[in-house]
Design a protein around this ligand. Structure first.
Ligand SMILES: [Mg+2]
Length: 370
């Protein structure tokens, strides 16, 4: 039976996206990513990152630099007991400034090239697989490849689609909710995990042993070997011309996985002991995901926005609202407090109140628009 996989976008799906990441120090995991990846592995999915990296074509980072960035990502995940099976990236862009990378490419999302390449190399059944990302390019690539799709619609960085964009199978606020959706789907459709988890664990165990025998950069591919892949030792020993564009390659999980096995088992034990009734677990996870998203938005919001409550327009609106109340009280006075009632004064007061009230509404609208 073929493998099933989750194809994950990188920026704003797994890690924060400050624009273009050009240095490993900029790699920061989003909340809940490690737990989510561990959960997906437990469900039997291979985890494959597919990411457009036009920063290479734009001359902002080299492929070697990108390898270091991805190594940092794997290190951060490894520290929390999680790992990726492979990372595919597309360095090309038609408007790039580096000549060898300036071109259209089928690998570049929304084309499904990276997913199709991974499916071929890793023996993945695309119908049983998912594509998860925060842009419609991720969704289109997933749809064109024949996967189910989840659009991560982060309120901190909302995406807007057009009429021509494909409709995602589901939407989620972050990857944790996306994992819950996949878990629920698998339960409803009786999709069980396969032996991938055990296989992955055994490969990791082998990785731990091998890397303990290799002082540095023990390149240990985690994904199951196919006949077409060069083996890890061969990759290490084959020199690569730095100026020649490489075919988007697998970034093997390296020494980050050494010693990770123990952590994974600890995490799994924790997960196993935390097994709760399905419905409450899912609701709890969803609530937790939403709370984390809210917290992230609050942290990301600018400081001055916190003081927006004291805007001039709001102050002016408050003063005018008092004037409205005064005019209405005045009209009541002329209506009930005078014999006979002074109807002209009543009408005048009410008209003033209406005009000023309209001004208040206008100021509120102006403030919101601002
Ligand atoms: Mg993205």
């Amino acid at each position: 039976m073929k493998n099933k996989a989750v194809f994950l976008d990188r920026d704003d799906t797994l890690i924060e996206d400050p624009g273009y990441i050009s240095h490993p120090s900029q790699v920061k995991l989003l909340p809940g990513v490690s737990e989510s990846l561990i959960e997906l592995h437990k469900l039997g999915y291979l985890l494959v990152v597919t990411t457009n990296q036009s920063a290479v074509a734009r001359g902002m980072v080299t492929e070697d630099g990108l390898a270091k960035i991805h190594h940092q990502l794997e290190m951060l995940l490894g520290n929390e007991g999680a790992h990726l099976d492979r990372i595919y990236y597309c360095p090309f862009h038609p408007n790039g400034v580096v000549p060898e990378y300036r071109k259209e490419s089928d690998l570049r999302k929304p084309s499904p090239g990276m997913i199709l390449k991974a499916a071929e190399e890793m023996e993945i059944d695309l119908e049983r697989s998912w594509a998860v990302g925060n842009s419609y390019r991720d969704i289109e690539a997933g749809v064109r490849a024949g996967c189910k799709t989840i659009l991560i619609r982060s309120a901190a960085r909302p995406v807007t689609g057009t009429a021509s964009d494909p409709t995602p199978f589901q939407t989620a606020v972050n990857i944790k909710e996306a994992v819950n959706i996949i878990k629920m789907y698998d339960r409803q459709h009786h999709v069980g995990g396969d032996s991938r988890e055990e296989g992955s664990r055994s490969v990791l165990a082998a990785a731990a042993v091998q890397s303990s025998m290799t002082p540095t950069r023990a390149a240990v591919p985690v994904a199951p070997a196919t006949g077409n892949e060069p083996d890890a030792a061969e990759k290490r020993m084959t020199p690569t011309a730095p100026s020649k564009p490489k075919v988007p390659e697998v970034q093997p999980a390296e020494e980050a996985k050494a010693g990770v096995n123990q952590k994974i088992q600890t995490q799994e034990a924790r997960h196993a002991s935390a097994e709760a009734p399905e419905a409450s677990e899912t609701a709890g996870n969803r609530t937790e995901a939403l709370l984390e998203e809210i917290l992230r938005q609050l942290r990301a919001s600018r400081r001055e926005s916190l003081f927006d409550e004291f805007s001039f327009w709001k102050f002016l609106s408050g003063v005018l609202q008092v004037v409205v109340v005064f005019c209405l009280l005045l009209s009541l006075y002329f209506l009930l407090g005078q014999t006979p009632p002074k109807m002209d004064a009543v009408h005048l007061s009410v008209q003033y109140a209406m005009v000023v009230q309209l001004m208040v509404v206008a100021f509120f609208l102006m403030r919101d628009r601002k």
